[in-house]
Design a protein around this ligand. Structure first.
Ligand SMILES: [Fe+2]
Ligand SMILES: [Fe+2]
Length: 279
């Protein structure tokens, strides 16, 4: 397939206006959420390795786009991590990331995994679009919630990248020669990927980012507890319209009307679920 050659990140770490950083405007809950997000973003190279296996014979255009995508995600991690280091000099991105890596390796990132864990390339791209819908809306929400100007800038730049990633994976999805999946199958894959956000990735990244190593012994990891704390921190930034946008992007991928009844229903259900989780 051919991938749009204009697919390229428009910023580097040096473009961020770091000198505008205002420590008096750092909100502690948002800081905790940003530290955790930095670790997840920074872990992208594993995902590139996995996707390149799934798309091994997809042609150089797709493989180059996947490489570029992974670099952009890692840069998101670096930017968020550097901001967190400014806001909390005790935080070290590399140290927290090393702990996260030691304790978190999902099955599909192990060398033994061959082919897509979603059952097909189309399934894989639907799952990717769900993640990019989530990150695009999440960083938009952080941008809108942050009173700290540098975080606002970083989150705005990242949100734009995530939206572009969504479009990239959407294009790759529709370029596959595999037969299209049925509506219910697509919906099932999308819902499955949303539900996976309950796994260790978000909970454990929150733990490694916010519990310093010297407190590990007295404050051990507990998935339920840290999943709840991570959810609570994320929900401080979300408004209903951010969640609706997320749902519309996902609904478009499964082939339904982003402004139809299903989108309205799913938006209401997801909002209730997120609100309940963080209560
Ligand atoms: Fe990202
Ligand atoms: Fe992304």
């Amino acid at each position: 397939m051919t991938v749009n050659p204009v697919y390229k990140q428009g910023w580097t770490m040096d473009d961020i206006h770091w000198s505008l950083f205002d420590p008096s405007r750092v909100h502690p809950t948002l800081l905790a959420a940003v530290k955790a997000a930095a670790l997840v973003e920074y872990n992208a190279p594993d995902y590139v390795t996995y996707l390149k296996k799934v798309f091994a014979d997809a042609g150089p255009g797709t493989l180059a786009a996947l490489e570029q995508w992974g670099k952009e995600e890692a840069q998101h991690g670096r930017a968020l991590g550097r901001w967190a280091e400014l806001a909390d000099p005790a935080f070290r991105l590399e140290d927290a990331f090393a702990r996260f890596r030691r304790g978190y390796t999902p099955a599909h990132f192990t060398p033994a995994q061959d082919g897509s864990v979603r059952g097909s390339r189309r399934g894989e791209m639907i799952a990717r679009c769900v993640v990019e819908s989530g990150t695009s809306s999440y960083y938009s929400a952080i941008r809108d919630a942050s009173g700290e100007p540098v975080l606002r800038e970083i989150a705005g730049r990242i949100a734009a990248d995530e939206y572009r990633h969504y479009k990239l994976f959407y294009d790759i999805l529709h370029a596959q020669s595999e037969p299209d999946l049925g509506f219910w199958r697509k919906l099932w894959i999308a819902i499955g990927r949303v539900r996976e956000s309950d796994d260790d990735e978000l909970a454990y990244s929150y733990y490694c980012a916010n519990v310093p190593p010297e407190k590990e012994a007295t404050t051990p990891y507990d998935r339920k507890k840290y999943s709840h704390l991570a959810g609570q921190a994320s929900m401080t930034v979300y408004h209903r319209h951010h969640v609706q946008k997320l749902v519309q992007m996902v609904i478009k991928v499964v082939g339904a009307d982003p402004h139809g009844w299903l989108a309205n229903l799913a938006g209401a259900v997801l909002w209730r679920r997120l609100s309940a989780k963080s209560a």
